[in-house]
Design a protein around this ligand. Structure first.
Ligand SMILES: Cc1ncc(COP(=O)(O)O)c(C=O)c1O
Length: 355
């Protein structure tokens, strides 16, 4: 808010108001760089994770001969969709499937890399299950073999220790709203010496890597949000919720429970139920939960992540995802369990099934 009112200037303007806006952007750049362990010059502010992933993918694939791209089958559509576009230009994408816990192994990803591999794209944390992926080992392999790598760290920021220079990758995508910052702002971290191509050429802002007047209040809000939420602190609430849920609804199946996963996420199945119908019932009861991926909401397709984890369509459609946030308490977890039991009994009753 303060950035919006005090920095009325355009960061590209030379007058005092422009310089004030430029300072806000540069300070935010320094703060983000310090937070994720990169040089300030590596930070390119964008409109979010989607744009960052697209810039990284275009930067590599638009200037090389067609070949193979390796990614996981559980990437966000912001990676899968641009890769699909490159299929029209002769690129073949190898999607590595996870195990039933929603985790790929580094060995599987490395085994999918061949001499024709032009790029590897991997998410750090899955947005539906919260499962943490072994990006470090894959990054080491890619570095030693000179293969460009993008890490989609949108769901990892603030939740998993991140150090761009130590990870030694070429690109890393980030988004502010996943850490409580404003929506519609993010960043692409670009390795020094790696070229980032502009998707929308224009005035040459962000050192020619992303044109368009910078979103000054959004960028300031992104920097202000860094480190503000202790995501690890949600583990007791999430774990309590899952424990109570299993007692109340024994047939529930918690996904990625055996994997290393972020502490704020709970993804579970209620076999025989329709996740979207449950979601609407919970919505009426005041709970904001998701079924499948919020980023692709509005779609009726079952989650590609759950299908890749080996579920059939009917089970995949029975999923509910809960993200715990600041202020959520054990009592909130209990209230959600009670609401789930009520909704599930009502739906079973309507279907003429024994409760
Ligand atoms: C893993 C992952 N990548 C990319 C994105 C897209 O980010 P944005 O919404 O900032 O464009 C999301 C959104 O949730 C995500 O979870």
């Amino acid at each position: 808010m303060q950035a919006a009112s005090t920095a009325a200037g355009n960061p590209s303007s030379l007058h005092w108001a422009g310089r004030a806006a430029r300072r806000i952007v540069d300070d935010a750049r320094d703060q983000l760089a310090a937070y994720v362990g990169c040089e300030s010059g590596s930070v390119v502010f964008t409109s979010g994770g989607t744009e960052s992933n697209n810039i990284a993918i275009h930067s590599v694939l638009s200037s090389c001969d067609p070949g193979r791209v390796v990614c996981t089958a559980i990437e966000h559509p912001a990676v899968l969709k641009p890769l699909e576009q490159f299929a029209d230009h002769g690129f073949e994408t190898q999607r590595v499937r996870p195990d039933t816990n929603g985790v790929v192994t580094s060995g599987q990803v490395i085994a999918a890399i061949n001499d024709e591999t032009r790029m590897v794209c991997m998410m750090l944390v899955n947005n539906e299950s919260g499962a943490i992926q072994p990006v470090k080992q894959v990054a080491e392999y890619c570095r030693s073999h000179g293969i460009p790598m993008l890490i989609d760290a949108v769901q990892g920021l603030g939740k998993v220790a991140l150090h761009f220079l130590q990870m030694d990758v070429d690109f890393m995508s980030l988004s502010a709203h996943k850490i409580g910052g404003p929506k519609g702002v993010g960043a692409l971290i670009v390795r020094r010496g790696m070229k980032a191509v502009e998707l929308a050429p224009g005035g040459g802002q962000e050192r020619g890597r992303r044109s368009g007047t910078e979103n000054v209040p959004g960028i300031a809000g992104f920097a202000a949000a860094l480190g503000q939420i202790d995501f690890g602190a949600f583990a007791p609430v999430r774990d309590h919720f899952e424990k109570q849920l299993k007692i109340a609804i024994p047939e529930v199946r918690i996904m990625s429970e055996q994997a290393q996963r972020t502490a704020n996420t709970s993804l579970f199945l209620l076999p025989g139920m329709d996740g979207e119908t449950l979601l609407m019932q919970l919505d009426l009861a005041g709970f904001a939960v998701a079924s499948g991926s919020a980023c692709s909401s509005g779609k009726r397709d079952p989650s590609h992540v759950l299908l890749a984890m080996g579920l059939n369509e009917s089970l995949a459609r029975s999923s509910i995802r809960v993200s715990f946030g600041p202020g959520n308490t054990m009592e909130d977890g209990d209230a959600l369990v009670a609401a789930l039991v009520k909704s599930r009994n009502r739906l079973k009753g309507m279907a003429g099934l024994a409760v």
